[in-house]
Design a protein around this ligand. Structure first.
Ligand code: MG
Length: 359
């Protein structure tokens, strides 16, 4: 690993911008610390033709195979611009900014699972989180109401996390069930897509059979939604895979396709997503129209954007995207990978412990 510290002259902002540039094999990551890092230095990363027009192009957009896929679309200037607009939540001043915003408010923590608490691995059944991360999540939940909001089915995400006392919202928030500590352990249960279960099971069987012809493809049932993973599929086969999945869905207009990192997802075409789930959970916890709360949502994928957007629209809360590369996002801050997420959670717990001692 090579680490270089650069100073980029920034005439407009009247000062230099300290940048720590790490080169890790093919991955190049930028970390920026500057008191003015929230300000734009460059134009938006949008490039002519950057808006993908087809589902396949959109799949590719969400699933870069190598970092250079991104450098093709984003030059160094644009990457710097992105980090300036979405600074690291751990960067100098940024963490303080977040905890300052929580003054007099209850932080409620929302965490995605895959790619946020666990690394993205080739076999989705082996996306285990580390014991250190489990401890960090457990400690976080001691001080802040904490929810895991995942695309996985609720039972599966619980089997990965194995921390009692958290709120688990599975199937992109379509499966919520927990004991509400705020109202003496009252049971909260919400499954807005129950009527779709037979249809989802039917499509699961069709896709299982169909994907046998595509080496590396894996179909996963997440109860109220399905996932077709193509992490291990040759890129030349992606178009065939996408076309086959789309052809199945033509017979099921009540279902819709979305995509994330190396995954196509099939879910009920209802107005429900991770953003709606976060709103529901905040309401369940007594923070429907409250100024006394600071929701913090950390996630890495397209489906997490619904939650980031909801927080932006609500004008309340902190969205943190987990990404090593620039991508369009409604999140305000960024973290590079799950190890940085763990670091952030630990720092938040330490800050809370310290503030409990001093106030
Ligand atoms: Mg994820």
């Amino acid at each position: 690993m090579v680490k270089q510290n650069l100073l980029i002259s920034d005439g407009k902002l009247g000062g230099g911008l300290a940048i720590s540039l790490e080169i890790l094999g093919e991955d190049t990551c930028l970390e920026i610390s500057s008191s003015s890092s929230r300000r734009k230095l460059m134009k938006s990363e949008s490039q002519p033709g950057g808006k993908v027009a087809t589902f396949l192009a959109s799949m590719r957009d969400s699933s870069p195979t190598r970092f250079r896929d991104t450098t093709d679309r984003f030059g160094t200037d644009e990457r710097i611009s992105w980090v300036v607009r979405h600074p690291s939540a751990l960067a100098l001043g940024m963490f303080d900014q977040i905890v300052h915003a929580s003054r007099g408010k209850q932080i409620v923590m929302f965490l995605d699972y895959d790619g946020t608490l666990s690394p993205i691995v080739e076999d989705p059944d082996r996306a285990f989180m580390s014991d250190e991360m489990r401890e960090a999540v457990k400690d976080t939940a001691k001080y802040f109401p904490t929810a895991i909001v995942s695309g996985r089915c609720r039972d599966k995400v619980y089997s990965f996390v194995r921390v009692a006392g958290l709120i688990y919202a599975g199937s992109h928030g379509m499966d919520i069930k927990f004991r509400n500590k705020k109202s003496r352990g009252e049971a909260v249960s919400f499954q807005p897509a129950s009527e779709y279960l037979p249809m989802i099971d039917e499509v699961y069987q069709i896709l299982l059979e169909m994907m046998e012809s595509i080496p590396g493809a894996k179909v996963e049932t997440n109860k109220y939604c399905l996932a077709v993973h193509f992490r291990c599929v040759d890129e030349n086969k992606w178009s065939v895979l996408a076309e086959q999945v789309r052809s199945v869905l033509k017979g099921y207009p009540k279902l819709k396709l979305t995509h994330g990192r190396k995954v196509i997802e099939i879910r009920p075409a209802i107005e429900w997503d991770k953003g709606k789930a976060v709103e529901f959970l905040l309401k369940s916890l007594g923070y429907a129209n409250s100024d006394d709360v600071l929701p913090v949502y950390i996630g890495d994928d397209q489906t997490d954007e619904d939650a980031f957007k909801m927080l932006r629209d609500r004008g309340q809360g902190v969205g943190i995207i987990v990404s090593r590369v620039p991508k369009e996002t409604d999140a305000s801050y960024s973290l590079q990978d799950p190890s940085e997420v763990m670091h952030f959670l630990r720092r938040l717990v330490e800050w809370k412990q310290y503030s409990n001692l001093t106030y």
